[in-house]
Design a protein around this ligand. Structure first.
Ligand SMILES: NC(=O)c1ccc[n+]([C@@H]2O[C@H](COP(=O)([O-])OP(=O)(O)OC[C@H]3O[C@@H](n4cnc5c(N)ncnc54)[C@H](OP(=O)(O)O)[C@@H]3O)[C@@H](O)[C@H]2O)c1
Length: 265
């Protein structure tokens, strides 16, 4: 249930049901924003909304598959009705990894379409609707969550990598268009993040190889070539987003902020 956005600044966050997007939405709620939450899993978002309400903020749950342009468009209509047309912060965090190891030629174009629709087309649709409003208002911050696979290639990750590289192009172009109106648009590129989904992978890896969880994580970090010897915690990404939408980010736009422990150096 929602009472409608009040006088607080308003944020629109996709991928708010789980992982990093969820933590970003919670941090914004605690940080004084009314937050619209977008993802497919309603119950998970209701939990986030409840936590934001408990902290005195407002939240709107928008159940939507962001791959479906019409559904996403309707969600944005509902958002604008709720916020009265106000939009201060957009975080595009919904993401899909796509095929995880087969090489090109061993999966269909539908997998490519699905990955690009989630990671690139959805942010484009969101920006198409919300960036003009920010520009009219003369203020606003957009953060697109990419990935360090948008800074490099990786065998077995062609769809994901292509979609995240594309998001960089969208970010830079939007930053150039919106900059003169006082709106910043940036790209955060995480390396592996210790989200529940990744932790489950690491546990499975440990079991498969007969290692302890700690040993399996150490092997994974070595395999990924991470100089700082650790995956990111979700809070590492949240902190970067808060920096970009806060005072520190006032004069930062069109940038790719890589948060991966140095893996892409
Ligand atoms: N975890 C990592 O190691 C890592 C590394 C680099 C970059 N990233 C990027 O960071 C962002 C967050 O990833 P994460 O791993 O923290 O999250 P996650 O646990 O994988 O959760 C993904 C989020 O995206 C939403 N989502 C996915 N497909 C969607 C769709 N078709 N429609 C609506 N929502 C959709 C999911 O919601 P529903 O399932 O409820 O729809 C969920 O809220 C992503 O953009 C990801 O590519 C993650």
């Amino acid at each position: 249930m929602t009472l409608g956005a009040g006088k607080r600044p308003v944020a629109f966050v996709t991928g708010a049901s789980a992982g990093t997007g969820r933590e970003i939405a919670l941090a914004l709620g605690i940080g004084g924003y009314d937050v619209a939450l977008v993802a497919r899993r309603t119950a998970e978002m209701e939990d986030v909304a409840q936590a934001i309400h408990a902290g005195g903020g407002d939240a709107l749950v928008l159940t939507a598959d962001v791959r479906d342009a019409a559904v996403l468009d309707r969600a944005i209509d509902a958002f604008l009705a709720w916020s009265g047309g106000r939009i201060d912060v957009v975080v595009n965090a919904a993401g899909y990894t796509g095929p995880l190891s087969p090489p090109i030629g061993e999966f269909g174009v539908d997998e490519f379409d699905s990955t690009v629709a989630t990671n690139l087309r959805a942010p484009f649709i969101v920006l198409s609707r919300l960036l003009p409003l920010m520009r009219q208002a003369g203020a606003g911050r957009v953060v697109n969550i990419g990935g360090n696979h948008g800074m490099r290639g990786r065998a077995g990750r062609s769809c994901y990598s292509a979609s995240k590289w594309g998001l960089r192009g969208l970010t830079r172009s939007a930053a150039l268009e919106a900059g003169p109106d006082g709106v910043t648009v940036n790209y955060v590129a995480p390396g592996p993040i210790a989200v529940p989904r990744m932790k489950a992978n690491w546990r499975a890896m440990a079991e498969q190889k007969g290692l302890s969880e700690e040993e399996a994580l150490r092997a994974y970090v070595a395999d990924m070539g991470i100089p700082l010897n650790r995956p990111s915690e979700m809070q590492d990404i949240v902190a970067m987003v808060l920096y970009l939408i806060g005072e520190g980010g006032r004069n930062v736009t069109g940038q790719e902020l890589v948060v991966d422990g140095g893996a892409t150096l």
